[in-house]
Design a protein around this ligand. Structure first.
Ligand code: UT7
Length: 327
């Protein structure tokens, strides 16, 4: 028996901010952002929404497409870098309550932008060891809330959004999550961090500034790491499953930067057309970017049951991970 992605859903906030609009309030330009990242716009959630609200919206779509009710869910796993509260309560518990998933457990999983890939493997194991029937894997992010809007190096890169998948057992033998690599390199932890607000650097009255608590990134270090690990993940997953690029319908990478994806494709001499990209519209939505991409592909009719997909993610931690699955 294989665990598989039974359904996918996503939610994108309506408010869309183009690069040109950003450049009215920031020292940047459409030309710079497009040429360095491929990003054309990002969506920003309303102030009265929070990460749990975004997660609930995507989850409702996934549940409906799975033909399941919230009561049918055994576990809610939320991946996020932007929880509603610091440490506790887990934002997944708020999602569980808002959905009415009264029979479910809930926990948050922190693996930066690789969260969805980590979550998929965790969910797969709950299903395949027989302890659970239906898992709701939600990836919801409000990066625009923790971006430092005075730092053009980072603020232009991120957007808000959420994706959700129902993971269940496939009885047909057509679909499955076949192989996964999950890795970390904590020596790069400080290249992508929120410095203040945790136990090591707590908030200090009169001393802590907003910028101390915002997202900080050493862009070039993360860029090099991303190109390297994308290439490792793709090569390793293909090799150890005796597959070639022709066996894959799509590679679905974390949607951070078109140049990272192009560099990995070039390094491996792979056709860029195999890589699904939608970051021009949504920018980097952290762990939500892969399920948002899968949802776009699903809605555009690009996914058939049994299609082989290779997912790759990388992000804060630093973490990286990839999966081969049959849709
Ligand atoms: O989900 C994981 C998250 N992270 C990532 O995926 C990010 C990985 N890194 C990157 O994608 C790239 O490193 C960036 C897009 C962040 C930056 O691109 P880059 O080609 O490495 O640019 P840079 O940092 O070397 O900056 C080049 C110049 C600098 O000006 P000077 O010092 O050469 O005069 C920056 O100040 O570009 C300037 N710059 C900007 N200019 C206009 C930086 N950001 C901007 C901006 N608009 N938004």
């Amino acid at each position: 028996m294989n665990a598989y992605i039974k359904s996918i859903g996503a939610y994108i906030p309506e408010k869309r901010v183009t690069n040109d609009e950003l450049s009215k309030t920031m020292d940047t330009s459409d030309e710079w952002i497009r040429s360095h990242t491929g990003i054309g716009s990002r969506h920003i959630a309303d102030k009265e929404m929070n990460t749990a609200d975004l997660g609930v919206k995507a989850a409702e779509v996934a549940l409906e497409r799975a033909g399941l009710k919230a009561e049918d869910i055994d576990m809610v796993i939320l991946t996020t870098a932007t929880p509603d509260y610091v440490g506790f309560p887990a934002t997944s518990c708020i999602i569980q309550d808002k959905l009415g998933a009264v029979n479910a457990g809930a926990f948050d999983l922190t693996a930066g932008c690789t969260g969805f890939v980590y979550g998929l493997e965790v969910a797969k194991n709950f299903i395949e060891n027989g302890s659970m029937k239906n898992i709701l894997l939600v990836s919801a992010e409000m990066l625009t809330q923790i971006a430092n809007w005075e730092d053009r190096n980072t603020a232009v890169l991120f957007g808000d959004g959420s994706g959700a998948a129902v993971i269940s057992a496939d009885e047909s033998g057509v679909s499955g999550i076949d192989d996964t690599i999950l890795k970390a390199d904590g020596s790069g932890a400080w290249t992508l961090e929120r410095h203040t607000g945790g136990v090591v650097h707590p908030y200090e009255e009169g001393k802590t500034t907003w910028a101390d608590t915002a997202l900080f990134m050493d862009g070039q270090a993360v860029y090099k790491f991303a190109v390297k690990v994308n290439a490792i993940l793709i090569t390793s997953l293909l090799e150890r499953n005796n597959l070639t690029i022709d066996d894959l319908a799509w590679i679905v990478p974390h949607q951070a930067n078109e140049r990272i994806i192009q560099a990995a494709a070039k390094r491996l001499k792979l056709p860029i057309e195999k890589f699904f990209m939608n970051l021009e519209e949504y920018a980097n939505t952290s762990s939500a970017s892969i399920p948002i991409a899968l949802n776009d592909m699903y809605e555009k009719g690009k996914l058939k049951r049994g299609d082989k997909l290779l997912l790759t993610g990388f992000g804060a931690g630093l973490t990286y991970g990839g999966s081969i699955l049959r849709w």
